[in-house]
Design a protein around this ligand. Structure first.
Ligand code: C2E
Ligand code: MG
Ligand code: MG
Ligand code: MG
Length: 294
């Protein structure tokens, strides 16, 4: 167990079994138990963060679905803390499917009001590695009334997706059904152009870490982001900037030809009812509409 934890902390370096490590393991065990209860009680809620057109930020391009846990023991703990535990304990699969159900319920409510929204749903690399997950995603999407016209899936680039593994088959099933895929946290993993091509991605989301350093690190992040946008354009991919936080970033990214932005500058993740009131007008976009800006 100590070895396992040492690995989880990064690399194969031998790590002494310190008090800090013991505390961390105890904390993870507590989170794991609370997560198990949360799944049993369906104690998760959906929040949505707007994606906007950078050439006209008043225009909503869609939303990203993000999950929050409402289990009292996990109050104040966000996905950055509980997702890694959910992944190590295998609970992530149930959470990913629950999010699909919740997005379906929200889009159904929008339909009754004659509104529409394009929603991006995160799929964990851990879930994708499991046999049968692709079929489960399609089954949940179908019974939740979702379709390739209304949702897309985000696959994080942070974990290398082994194209020969079970993940490949799961991804192929989603593609065969017509779902569009987006490369999340782009630039943080090991993706190559061939990965983008093989997974037939339609969108890349440049990781927040690059956006937050724009103009701050002697041009290094500027160069990386500029090159990433150019690559997306050359490959015909939609380009999204994550973690947009300032007006200067908006102006610069738009000038570089990046089409879509997401970040606290435009809006934090909010509950569905708040999203509806704040961002949706009758006749709102049902598809990412920012491609025309190219
Ligand atoms: P992600 O998919 O890259 O989601 C974006 C995260 O960045 C969200 O954090 C969002 O609140 C945060 N963010 C957006 N704009 C800004 C900004 O301007 N500044 C800062 N500092 N942060 C910003 P969140 O909701 O805590 O999620 C963290 C990660 O947890 C997600 O990263 C994703 O990897 C995972 N996650 C969240 N919800 C789900 C889910 O439903 N399913 C799966 N599989 N993973 C999820
Ligand atoms: Mg995401
Ligand atoms: Mg992201
Ligand atoms: Mg991210």
């Amino acid at each position: 167990l100590a070895m396992y934890e040492a690995k989880a902390l990064g690399g194969n370096r031998s790590v002494r079994f310190t008090a800090a490590l013991r505390d961390r393991m105890a904390r993870e065990a507590r989170i794991g138990q609370s997560l198990q209860r949360a799944i049993r009680d369906r104690a998760f809620v959906l929040v949505l963060q707007p994606k906007v057109c950078l050439n006209n930020p008043a225009q909503i391009a869609g939303a990203e679905a993000l999950v929050r846990c409402s289990e009292p023991d996990l109050a104040g703990i966000g996905p950055a803390d509980f997702m890694p535990v959910a992944e190590r304990t295998g609970l992530i699969r149930a959470i990913d499917l629950l999010v699909i159900d919740m997005v379906g319920a929200f889009l159904e409510e929008l339909r009754t009001r004659d509104l529409a929204l394009h929603v991006a749903i995160n799929l964990s690399p851990e879930s994708l590695r499991q046999a049968g997950f692709g079929a489960e995603v399609l089954a949940h999407a179908k019974s939740a009334g979702l379709s390739p016209e209304t949702v897309q899936f985000e696959l994080t680039e942070g974990a290398v997706i082994d194209l020969q593994s079970e993940a490949r088959g799961n991804i192929e099933m989603l593609l065969a059904e017509g779902y569009e895929l987006s490369a999340d946290d782009f630039g943080t993993g090991y993706s190559s152009m061939s990965y983008l091509q093989q997974l037939r991605l339609k969108e890349i989301k440049i990781d927040r870490s690059f956006i937050s350093r724009l103009g701050l690190d002697n041009g290094a992040s500027d160069a990386i982001v500029r090159a990433t946008i150019a690559m997306a354009q050359a490959l015909g991919l939609r380009c999204v900037a994550e973690g947009v936080d300032t007006d200067a970033q908006v102006v610069w990214l738009n000038a570089q030809g990046c089409e879509i932005g997401q970040g606290y500058h435009f809006g934090r993740p909010v509950p569905p009812s708040v999203f509806l009131e704040t961002y949706l007008q009758p006749g709102a976009a049902s598809k990412p509409p920012c491609r025309a800006s190219r």
